[in-house]
Write a protein that binds this ligand. Sequence first.
Ligand SMILES: [Zn+2]
Length: 49
Amino acid sequence: MRHNRIDPYTPDGGYYECLSCAYRESSEDRLTTCPACGADVRNLAVARE
Ligand SMILES: [Zn+2]
C-alpha cells in the first residue's frame, strides 16, 4: 500500500494561485498577476514563518 505521493514539484521557482479565479501556475519567473484574469496572485511556495 502506498500513500499518495507528494507532488514532486520543488519550489525553486514559484507556484502561484490567483486570488480571483483560482488559476494556478508554476513559474520560474516571479508572477504578480494572473495571466488568465489579471488579478493578484499569491505564491504558494513561500514558506510561512
Ligand atoms: Zn485569475
